[in-house]
Design a protein around this ligand. Structure first.
Ligand code: ZN
Length: 617
């Protein structure tokens, strides 16, 4: 039997788990950041600095050499004849170009995304589906002028999608619009959650697969949701993979498309409709290039101008590929469509869809700019697509240009990206809110923290808690398109007369070729954070259950999306000790242990498993 299906299953599991776990919490405090290596001045409260004799891309066009003065977090003056006040620090801009910080108009910003973005000059991200509970915190963050190591974030929050539709497969509950549901009421609920804009998902998967289909919202619901968003003073943006769906969205008044469709090249009729409706397009060429598996992400990961600042997670994400065979046609269609739409006067905005395989927050923006130039935009048009255009189209009035009064979110690069777009990668300095951003190299980051705690992970004496690490978390095949379910709860009477155990139960259901459902434990303080467990040699726990075979999956390695290593055990009616040497997990690296999952798989049907006295000895 070919190993391909197993690899596919394991990689789907890895992606699902990596995606689902990082979606759950607000960004965590970063470990102590290294001090700024460069001597870039800051212009925080009461402070000022200047950049002298620098070529300025002001968001719309390239200016000849100018002086730029920053004070109290804002741009104070720009111009060739601007005098630099005596006594303030001056950065030499000769041979360099100053740009507005980049705005990535399509991301999925979980975990460290905002930090990863800022390290590459992306000072603002527009999230197109994320945790709505953090919106008040995000708003406070982006209104602040404090020093920060994070990009600002706007978000759609929950999306307008249907039951079982695209966006529901990430393993955590999201609101959905029923097939006969009221789109206006649904949009009102998103506005009550304080979504910054309303994102609609029109996706039956026919543009991605010959066989797999997903339910999606109906054309009348698309029109009603757009109307409702506008009535509530929110922009309505649409994910559509097919030209027919995109045309309907634009004809219904959508403010923009957050992907370019890729089933065919944009027709003159579509271009006219988009122009007529003043709809913008965020093509997300970076993620569509990933369908072609031509190595665009890996090329960014190995670019010496970017590589030293990539975390292992970012590098792994850039090198990751979508499962399945490569498909070149979507990228060819997308490039041709971008050329046609740009020529027709449709606003093209730079967005990466970072969070997906083949992309990384921050770094991929430099790849997206190059792809836009490849599609036929001039370098300055590509730079506008990443600065003034997204600011204007999303109403971000305080950023996206270099002009007096605007927030000093700035990027200084060596050379002239107006003639060579890849010059954006030669970063000299980044300022956020007028403060210089520390840019520690990530390839010299410290090794994973060593597990210092004792062998016992959990004894379930008092509840489902753990002695260390992030705790037990349900995992299912939902992200891979499956529909298996699982739940977990404390149960009385554990192994060897102990007080309690963890009961994991659920049902393996059809919908994915290699279904799974169960629970997982993260030994680090954050989900999937690697810890050095090389001093441990064995996973030991007590188990009883329904007689099924269960898998133990060990997640380790430099990338969160690395494939897990698996071992099986059978859970019979009586408590029994399960002992698994870590060396038995082929390919696993205990020095970077990220998670341990215990799951049921085929055959379909209900399952019930009890575990107790979990130890890493
Ligand atoms: Zn997306």
């Amino acid at each position: 039997m070919s190993r391909w299906p197993e690899i596919l299953a394991a990689s789907a599991i890895a992606l699902a788990i990596a995606g689902a776990v990082v979606a759950q919490g607000p960004p965590q405090a970063s470990p102590a950041a290294a001090p700024a290596a460069a001597t870039l001045p800051s212009g925080g409260a009461g402070e000022a600095f200047a950049i002298s004799g620098v070529r300025v891309f002001d968001g719309e066009r390239m200016l000849p050499a100018a002086n730029v003065v920053v004070r109290d977090g804002r741009i104070e003056a720009v111009g060739a004849d601007v005098a630099i006040p005596a006594g303030i620090e001056v950065v030499d801009g000769a041979g360099r170009t100053l740009l507005p910080g980049f705005i990535d108009a399509h991301t999925h910003s979980w975990g460290d995304a905002q930090r990863d973005a800022l390290r590459f000059g992306v000072t603002t991200e527009l999230d197109m589906f994320g945790d709505w509970n953090r919106i008040p915190q995000l708003r406070a963050q982006r209104e602040s002028f404090d020093a920060t190591d994070q990009a600002d974030l706007w978000t759609a929050g929950a999306t307008v999608t249907t039951e079982g539709g695209h966006g529901t497969q990430f393993g955590f509950p999201v609101p959905t619009l029923a097939a006969d549901g009221d789109a206006a009421a649904f949009v009102a609920a998103r506005v009550a959650e304080r979504s910054d804009y309303i994102k609609l998902i029109v996706e039956d998967f026919s543009g991605h697969s010959d066989t797999r289909r997903l339910p999606t919202i109906t054309p009348p619901q698309v029109a009603a949701a757009i109307t409702a968003a506008h009535a509530q003073e929110r922009r309505a943006v649409v994910h559509a993979s097919l030209q027919a769906d995109a045309l309907h969205a634009v004809a219904s008044g959508a403010d923009g498309l957050v992907h370019i469709f890729h089933d065919e090249v944009a027709t003159p009729a579509f271009a006219a409709a988009a122009r007529e409706g003043d709809a913008f397009v965020v093509p997300t060429l970076s993620v569509i290039a990933g369908f072609a598996q031509a190595g665009d992400g890996a090329a960014l990961a190995s670019d010496a101008r970017l590589a030293p600042w990539l975390t292992a997670g970012q590098r792994g994400a850039l090198e990751a590929a979508f499962p399945g065979p490569p498909r070149a046609a979507p990228l060819d269609n997308a490039l041709a469509s971008v050329a046609a739409l740009h020529a027709a006067g449709v606003d093209i905005l730079a967005g990466t869809d970072a969070g997906n395989p083949g992309t990384a927050h921050g770094a991929s923006m430099h790849g997206e700019l190059a792809l836009l130039v490849r599609a036929g935009l001039s370098p300055t048009a590509a730079l506008a697509a990443a600065t003034s255009l997204p600011a204007r189209r999303f109403g971000l009035d305080d950023r996206g240009r270099i002009a007096p009064g605007l927030r000093a979110d700035l990027l200084l690069v060596e050379g002239d990206p107006g003639s060579d777009i890849e010059a954006t990668r030669s970063i000299v300095g980044i300022w956020k809110n007028g403060h210089a951003v520390a840019r520690p190299r990530m390839d010299q980051a410290a090794a994973s923290p060593v597990i210092a705690e004792g062998a016992l992970v959990a004894d379930f004496a008092e509840g489902t808690g753990v002695r260390y690490g992030h705790g037990w978390q349900i995992t299912t095949d939902a992200m891979a398109g499956g529909s298996s379910v699982a739940g977990q709860a404390w149960a009385e009477r554990g192994a060897q007369g102990s007080r309690g155990a963890l009961r994991v139960s659920g049902e393996i259901r059809p919908g994915f070729a290699f279904p799974w459902a169960g629970t997982m434990f993260h030994p680090g303080a954050q989900p999937m954070q690697p810890v050095d467990a090389s001093a441990r040699s064995e996973l030991v726990f007590q188990a009883r259950g329904d007689g099924r075979s269960y898998q133990v999956m060990l997640f380790s390695g430099s990338s969160m999306q690395a494939m897990p290593s698996m071992q099986s055990f059978t859970a019979g009616p009586e408590w029994e000790e399960v002992r698994m040497p870590l060396s038995a997990f082929a390919g696993a690296d205990p020095a970077t242990l990220r998670a341990v999952a215990i799951t049921a798989g085929l055959p379909e049907g209900a399952f019930e498993l009890f575990i107790d006295q979990v130890e890493l000895r």
